[in-house]
Design a protein around this ligand. Structure first.
Ligand SMILES: [Zn+2]
Length: 297
């Protein structure tokens, strides 16, 4: 009897200890509430923040940030955020109005603020992520911003950033390597909008595009005719679709130039979890695979 009583007592004590350790205040530390303006930034913040961040995206996978129309639900996300990561350079031009309207107290971090932006036809090109080395700068910015708001987990943010930057270096080498067998004269393609300027500058593939650096303005008949002429004159080998652009334009240019219709490039957005561009690293590997497939001799 005495044994049974003490056994129950020990059992009860264990129960209390387990309850205490697994109570929400001890088992789950509060995550930092983060808003990422679009899917690629969402992935990058996840890589650095790991379990310490709870991320909400405004423009999700397969959605076009250039023409996105924010909803009241987006305003609520911004109001609740402690930190808001944006691409800047006019990519999400509607976002600063939304942030101002919500009177958000969250810290706004403009990831491209230290990047020397490319200009094309008098416009700033916001598609900075198409050069893998620029993303290393994004990662450093994300790391510093998270440390500033949550210094206790600073070591984790630094470790995650370092590991991810190593992956980016590997990816950058891989891209250079996989294009080496394609003669420079053959590295000419058409995309729908002008999203690959940074990719061109870094990896030596020339892109022509009927639409400018934003998908906001439709390509005019004159723009399309100009690209068709240029594609013929330069003997462009492939025309690519994009996951955020109208596929009809690429099909038409391909038909009128005899350049083959390549696959779909992921220009401004990741795919959903089941797609083959669900992360930034996968997205870039997919794009390069499609380009090499279309251009190989
Ligand atoms: Zn774009």
């Amino acid at each position: 009897m005495r044994f049974r009583l003490s056994f129950s007592y020990v059992y009860f004590l264990c129960f209390i200890i387990v309850m205490f350790l697994t109570s929400p205040t001890h088992a789950e530390t509060k995550k930092i509430s983060v808003v990422a303006s679009f899917s690629i930034i969402g992935d990058l913040v996840q890589q650095v923040g790991g379990d310490h961040v709870g991320i909400t995206m405004i423009v999700g996978p397969e959605e076009d940030a250039h023409v996105y129309q924010p909803s009241p639900a987006d305003a609520r996300k911004i109001t609740q955020a402690e930190i808001i990561f944006i691409n800047g350079l006019g990519f999400e031009g509607w976002l600063s109005r939304l942030i101002n309207a919500t009177k958000s107290k969250g810290t706004v971090v403009d990831l491209s603020s230290k990047i020397k932006a490319r200009q094309t036809q008098g416009e700033i090109d916001p598609h900075v992520w198409q050069d893998v080395n620029n993303v290393k700068i994004y990662i450093q910015e994300i790391c510093q911003a998270l440390i500033a708001i949550d210094p206790n987990n600073g070591a984790d943010y630094q470790k995650n950033s370092q590991l991810y930057i190593e992956k980016l270096s590997k990816l950058d080498n891989e891209i250079v390597e996989s294009l080496t067998n394609i003669p420079l004269d053959d590295r000419r393609v058409v995309s729908t909008h002008d999203a690959f300027g940074y990719f061109s500058a870094r990896y030596g593939v020339a892109f022509l595009a009927p639409q400018g650096v934003s998908t906001e303005a439709e390509a005019s008949a004159r723009d399309i005719a100009r690209i068709i002429d240029a594609a013929k004159a330069q003997k462009v080998k492939a025309v690519f679709l994009e996951n955020v652009a109208d596929p009809r334009l690429a099909r038409r240019i391909s038909a009128e130039t005899n350049a083959r219709l390549g696959g779909t490039l992921y220009s401004d957005s990741l795919t959903g979890a089941k797609g083959d561009g669900a992360t930034y690293l996968e997205m870039m590997r997919h794009n390069v695979k499609e380009i090499v497939r279309a251009l190989k001799p």
